[in-house]
Ligand binder design. Structure first.
Ligand code: NAD
Length: 507
């Protein structure tokens, strides 16, 4: 099928408009593709390990100066960045659609999230405070001080090609830390564009040290340089649990800090009292939105047996009617999968589910949505007799496994019986059920919601999950503490030297 928009020239137009130098993307050594058609859009220049090391050294030099700039002044740079993002929203959002395949409202939504975190970080720049603590010794004062930490390495995944970086960067910058970013090799162009937008803010800011924000391009080998470099104090890594299993121990070996934001296998529980109209919309967006390629995508649904027959057929109809297509040329709600490997992974999981008795709606390739090089699929709903096989793993594609449950305790147990612990939801109007779900005996996830879906978190909360999701928290609340070091200070303003715990040491 012939596509109307020439993606190569459209990509070039946006990169040019946003000020990304041609040398970075025109004739480089790494091809960049759009999942919308599968065609090549650019050839980016990768960073060599030596260059990456030099950039990390430069970031460390920047740190020495930036840590001394008052935090509210650092916030001013982030404020300007937010302004530049507002001005570039349309273009960057469209580039997200071209490079990651998100539908336009989600591409723009991702940029909005970047703007939101900038606003949050600007306010935060005046709130980086510690506690004062009652001292047991007379004439003493105890307090804690938060200091900048050092160079922050950011490794990001393809599915949030720019928002994840900005969550880290806006916070790191106000905390006094420079950032070196290794974006996904599947989405280097949006990274170059985001960096170019940031550089506009830098120019307006005036006197920031060089090397505050830098991008290194390449595959995991260049990410490893970031992970292993002694001058990178913290690595915030977003991606698969497989990646986290490699990165986590390497960081631990050199006692560096890590924020790991890894895979999810998110579940929802639909209780007898649920508002089923609302639940239907929440489940449909959570499971099919972003073509199932969000870390918070709804992947498992436990429906109470008393409402199963009234709810699940309606959900199946929504699956049958959802529009799948080219996000740039149609108003489809479901865009493409990122690549062929994602499609094959989805088909394999569906086959495995079928072998275990799964009854499948959808899941087939939609060839008329794009050329052979693009991978569009109908989202799959699989009714499973039990939670087994592929249901226990994250398949990064739109597959929703639906199962019946009888009592809530059993449903919560099933929900928690997977290795990941990112996001979860309960749909109920019963206050006891909702509170049990949110209690210590309830969901074991980093995100637990009532009457909204598993995906679409706001930046104001701390984002992240437990178990094999890695335990990291980023974005809002007090996640900023991960980007700073804490010093406990005790000050003696008396004329005596009383020792703590009544110890005597008279010389
Ligand atoms: P991926 O793990 O293949 O790659 C993620 C990033 O890690 C890429 O930049 C990659 O180059 C880099 N990388 C991989 N191995 C590395 C290594 N050994 N050392 C250094 N860097 C390495 O993930 P993906 O396919 O891009 O993204 C999908 C996955 O990301 C899913 O599992 C999804 O759930 C997860 N994800 C999690 C969150 C979250 O916040 N928890 C958010 C988005 C995506």
């Amino acid at each position: 099928m012939k596509n109307k928009i020439d993606l190569k020239s459209e990509t070039a137009r946006i990169l040019d408009k946003l000020g990304v130098p041609e040398s970075a993307w025109r004739d480089g050594d790494m091809a960049s593709f759009s999942p919308v058609t599968g065609e090549q859009t650019a050839k980016v220049r990768t960073t060599s390990p030596e260059e990456a090391r030099r950039m990390i050294e430069a970031a460390h030099e920047a740190f020495k100066a930036w840590r001394l700039v008052p935090a509210p002044r650092r916030g001013e740079l982030v404020r300007l960045f937010g302004e530049e993002l507002r001005a570039a929203k349309e273009d960057l959002g469209r580039l997200v659609t071209i490079e990651a395949g998100k539908i336009p409202s989600e591409g723009l939504g991702e940029v909005q999230e970047m703007i939101d975190i900038c606003d949050f970080a600007v306010g935060l720049s005046r709130q980086l405070y510690g506690l004062t603590i009652a001292s047991e010794r007379p004439g003493h004062r105890m307090m804690e001080t938060w200091h900048p930490l050092g160079v922050v390495g950011v490794i990001s995944a393809f599915n949030f090609p720019v928002a994840v970086w900005s969550w880290n960067t806006a916070i790191a910058l106000v905390c006094g830390d420079p950032v070196v970013w290794k974006p996904s090799e599947k989405t280097p162009l949006t990274a170059l564009a985001a960096q170019a937008i940031f550089e506009r803010a830098l120019k307006r800011f005036g006197d920031a040290p060089a090397g505050l924000s830098q991008v290194i391009i390449g595959d995991r080998t260049i990410g490893e340089v970031l992970v292993d470099h002694p001058k990178v104090a913290l690595v915030s890594a977003t991606g698969s649990t497989r990646m986290g299993r490699e990165v986590g121990p390497r960081l631990a070996k050199r006692f560096a800090r890590s924020i790991l934001e890894l895979g999810g296998n998110n579940a929802g529980i639909v209780c007898p009292s649920a508002d089923l109209d609302m639940t239907l919309r929440a489940v449909a967006f959570g499971a099919m939105g972003t073509a199932g390629q969000r870390c918070t995508t709804l992947r498992r649904l436990f429906v109470h047996e008393s409402i199963y027959e009234s709810f699940v057929p309606r959900l199946i109809r929504a699956y049958e009617n959802v529009t799948v297509g080219n996000p740039l040329e149609t108003k489809a709600l479901v865009g493409p999968l990122i690549d062929k490997a994602a499609f094959e992974g989805m088909q394999k999981a569906i086959e495995e589910a079928k072998a275990l008795g799964g009854k499948v709606t959808g899941g087939q390739r939609v060839t008329e949505a794009g050329p052979e090089t693009a991978y569009y699929v109908r989202p799959a709903l699989v009714e499973m007799p039990s939670q087994a096989g592929p249901v226990l793993e994250e398949t990064f594609a739109p597959i929703l496994y639906v199962m019946k449950y009888r009592d809530l305790e059993e449903a919560i147990e099933l929900q928690n019986a997977v290795k990941a612990g990112l996001s979860s939801s309960i749909f109920t109007l019963n206050m006891r059920e909702a509170e049990i779900f949110l209690s210590a005996a309830g969901s074991d996830c980093g995100i637990a919601n009532v009457n909204i879906g598993t995906s679409g978190a706001e930046i104001g909360g701390a984002f992240g999950g437990e178990k094999e999701t890695g335990g990291g928290r980023e974005s809002g609340s007090d996640a900023w503490k991960g980007y700073m070091r804490r010093a406990t200070n005790t000050i003696n303003y008396s004329t005596q030297l009383p020792l703590a715990q009544g110890v005597t040491f008279d010389i």
